[in-house]
Write a protein that binds this ligand. Structure first.
Ligand code: GLN
Length: 493
């Protein structure tokens, strides 16, 4: 019998529906994989019973002759930024240690309503701040990938590093991610999987621990484009509890998948050529352009002139919003409370926040508070907001000439853990290609395109017009079909 953990979401769904195997067998197989992969540190909490209960419900529904739900029998991993009722939720921070939400996030609830089960809560960069998963208070996630003849642990990308690792190591057929400046796309690229950040407002932010509210979006990470489409359909949808949620029906993205790009124009932004970018990434980009042409698309060069200001603007806006969002962790309402003997309220706030937040989170709170302070607000925050508008306008103009944009996802393949941790600016540079679409709220996806000289995955990014997830998914499918990317990490854990 085939190893059920080699199957993706569509294959599991179809196999359960057609009676090729039981959902319970699928859940048991993935639970066993998860239990045997502690060396990767991808899971902060394991919930095998949740996966089994959802599987049993799927099997019972099938036995009763009912129509199965869209994700019946599919177990997934849940990034630990989504509040899950009765299951510890920490955002990988000590300040939320011991927090067990009495409510369920809308995105996770939507997935359970669609029949999915949960394998566990996935490790991440603390409060989703990072690009390598090294800011987690509960240890790094280790990428399942390695360079040849080298046991140096590599970064799985961040902040959704637990999600990227779980999917690429075959511990889960799909996982949720969140993307504020690239945290779905960059980890997907580093680990050879697919991931899509939908248009801002497609997925409810309710019950997702906030980092930078005007940027945060949930999305799926999975083995291929079809699986992303299936999972996104379940996650997305209007939610009255999120004031920025879009009041729109969820399209049937899976049904409309098509790799035929005839009549489509693919834009190649010339500003996405950065100094020091490895030749292999440029070569992959050229290959991607050739694949698009082969799929019937016309290629046009476009200009996004404000691209070079995107990263500095992001690293003002995101910390500003974070400093405000994270003010709620004060030792009163959630998780950790550090109340020194005889201390007053202010002392408790200070002690709790000093003990509970990690260094990167503190750095962002300090930067954010600084750029929002009376003396510097206009110089930094207002200026960054203006830049954000210019970046959005760049995209609007570019989309007068094309339907989607094609770029590399990240300026490098996965780096070694520790390699960039001492230099925040080098770390922030990882986000150079992903941040602009976040600032503009656009749908964007990473699909694996090939391997570098060390056999490590490289991703291509497709950016679409607002609400055109279909165009993004279809272009992604065209690449996927031509790249024939089948590489998987060799299990060493
Ligand atoms: N790496 C970026 C940051 O550190 C993006 C993180 C994210 O998208 N959550 O802010």
């Amino acid at each position: 019998m085939t190893d059920l953990t080699t199957l993706g979401i569509a294959a599991i769904r179809d196999g359960v529906r057609d009676g090729q195997f039981k959902a319970r067998e699928v859940a048991e197989a993935f639970n066993a994989k998860v239990a045997g992969a502690d060396a990767l540190n991808a899971f902060l909490v394991k919930t095998p019973e949740h996966a089994l209960a959802a599987a049993d419900a799927a099997d019972a529904a099938r036995a009763a002759g009912e129509t199965l739900k869209p994700l019946a029998g599919v177990p997934i991993g849940m990034k630990d930024l989504f509040a899950t009722k009765g299951v510890a939720t920490t955002a990988a921070s000590r300040i939320l240690e011991g927090f067990v939400p009495p409510y369920e996030s809308t995105v996770s609830q939507n997935l359970w309503n669609a029949g999915a089960g949960m394998l566990g809560k996935l490790n991440l960069d603390q409060f989703a701040m990072g690009s390598s998963n090294e800011t987690s208070a509960f240890g790094n996630v280790i990428s399942p990938w390695r360079r040849p003849n080298d046991t140096a642990p590599l970064a799985p990308g961040g902040s959704s590093g637990g999600s990227s690792t779980a999917v690429s190591a075959g511990l889960a057929p799909g996982a949720t991610g969140t993307d504020t400046g690239g945290s779905i796309r960059q980890p997907a690229a580093f680990t050879g999987i697919s991931g899509i950040k939908p248009t801002y407002g497609r997925c409810s932010r309710w019950g997702t621990i906030a980092f930078a509210s005007s940027l945060d979006q949930a999305g799926p990470m999975a083995r291929d484009v079809r699986d992303c489409a299936i999972m996104l359909e379940a996650m997305a949808g209007f939610d009255a509890k999120d004031a920025t949620s879009l009041k729109l029906d969820v399209p049937n993205w899976e049904a409309a998948l098509s790799a035929d790009l005839k009549g489509k124009r693919v834009g190649v932004p010339k500003e996405y050529r950065v100094d020091g970018m490895p030749a292999e990434i440029e070569a992959l980009w050229q290959q991607g352009i050739a694949w698009m042409r082969d799929a019937g698309a016309e290629i046009v060069e476009v200009s996004l002139p404000h691209t070079k200001y995107a990263l500095p603007a992001y690293y003002i806006i995101a910390p500003a919003e974070a400093s405000s969002n994270l003010a709620r962790y004060d030792g009163v309402r959630y998780g950790l409370r550090d109340l020194p003997e005889g201390a007053g309220l202010q002392d408790m706030y200070a002690a709790t926040r000093a003990a509970g937040f990690g260094d990167e989170v503190k750095r962002r709170i300090l930067i954010g508070t600084y750029v929002l302070s009376a003396g510097f607000y206009d110089a930094y925050y207002t200026q960054a907001q203006k830049v954000r508008t210019l970046i959005a306008r760049d995209f609007e103009r570019a989309f007068e000439q094309c339907d989607v944009l094609l770029t590399p996802t990240a300026p490098s393949a996965a780096f070694a853990l520790g390699e960039k941790q001492a230099d925040p600016l080098a770390m922030y540079l990882n986000d150079v290609f992903t941040v602009p679409a976040s600032l503009a709220g656009l749908p964007a996806m990473s699909v694996p395109g090939g391997l570098d000289k060390d056999g490590l995955p490289l991703g291509l990014q497709i950016i679409g017009k607002p609400l055109d997830e279909q165009g993004v998914l279809n272009a992604g499918l065209a690449i996927e079909q031509r790249a024939g990317f089948t590489a998987r990490p060799q299990a060493w854990w």
